[in-house]
Design a binder for this molecule. Structure first.
Ligand code: AMP
Length: 286
């Protein structure tokens, strides 16, 4: 496995692989890798001849008062995880490599990017779309792997690829959780012991909401209401949003039917955590 820092090195390596007729998978990450990222890398290794993992804490997707500086970084540990999972190349650029002097072109998405996380993080998805489209252009992979943990991001990337005719197949991978249910996240490392215990309220609410859907409840307000009550029972939790939306539009629904996403964002202390479930509910026959 190789570690490279420049676009030129990635392009040279990819060109060699292409000459050999090899297929390529890309796993974009911000590093501080855990089993969630590892499941994406493993899926790529299984389905492609070569796997590229990008590790880049992307400044343009963080708002001015967010945790860009504090975001955890550990490239040595990340390299070991990538190596043991079978990745072939790590692309770990400096911000100047991705955003050189004079950089002024952005990829943006309207509508989908303004809902859910976009409300409290208004520039977030513009930064995500910009860096991901750059990575697609740099690596030119056949496939790219994203986690359902960031369901809105996954929907946005799928839409961007479709709208911009980017020749890459987007693969979504299921949420990987800790044994007690908490969705794995690099940001879990911010939580102290009390907060870690309180953070369980997210998955508790998610499982309860999903149970209601599975039991046949179709009133979105009832489900969102019940989940909100559960989260409010935790004194350390401050709700950003609890919403049931249509997966294609990210707009709230009244009735749970079709491809739905139930997503939550909750602050535990200073740490903002997200979780979700999605389901495809067949429409009731009239
Ligand atoms: P990040 O490093 O947080 O930007 O995440 C990089 C990729 O890993 C994204 O596609 C995430 O959705 C995915 N990911 C992060 N956490 C998880 C998880 N717990 N389960 C599955 N995928 C995840």
């Amino acid at each position: 496995m190789r570690l490279v820092h420049t676009v030129k090195e990635v392009r040279e390596q990819v060109k060699e692989w292409r000459m050999e007729g090899l297929s390529i998978g890309l796993v974009p990450t911000m590093g501080f890798l855990h089993e969630g990222h590892q499941s994406l890398i493993a899926a790529s290794v299984k389905e492609n001849d070569r796997t590229v993992v990008s590790i880049f804490v992307n400044p343009t997707q963080f708002g001015p008062n967010e945790d860009f500086e504090a975001y955890p970084r550990d490239i040595e540990k990340d390299m070991a995880l990538c190596d043991e999972t079978g990745a072939d190349l790590i692309f770990n650029p400096e911000p100047e490599e991705m955003y050189p002097d004079g950089f002024c072109t952005y990829t943006n998405i309207t509508g989908l990017g303004d809902a859910l996380c976009g409300k409290s993080r208004p520039i977030h998805f513009k930064g995500v779309c910009t860096v991901v489209s750059k990575l697609f252009n740099i690596v030119c992979s056949d496939r790219a792997y994203f986690g359902e943990k960031d369901a809105q991001q996954l929907a946005i990337i799928k839409r961007m690829v479709k709208d911009m005719n980017i020749p890459v197949e987007i693969k979504g991978c299921p949420i990987v959780r800790e044994q007690d249910g908490l969705a794995k996240s690099s940001r879990n490392t911010y939580l102290n012991e009390k907060e870690r215990a309180a953070a369980l309220i997210l998955s508790k609410a998610i499982f309860a909401g999903h149970d209601m859907v599975n039991a046949g409840e179709r009133d979105a307000k009832k489900i969102v209401g019940a989940m909100t009550e559960i989260i409010k029972s935790e004194p350390l939790a401050v709700i950003d949003y609890v919403e049931m939306v249509n997966m294609d539009t990210m707009q709230p629904v009244d009735v749970v039917e079709g491809n739905i996403l139930c997503a939550i964002a909750v602050k535990i202390g200073k740490t903002r955590l997200i979780d979700n479930f999605n389901d495809n509910i067949r429409q009731a026959t009239p």
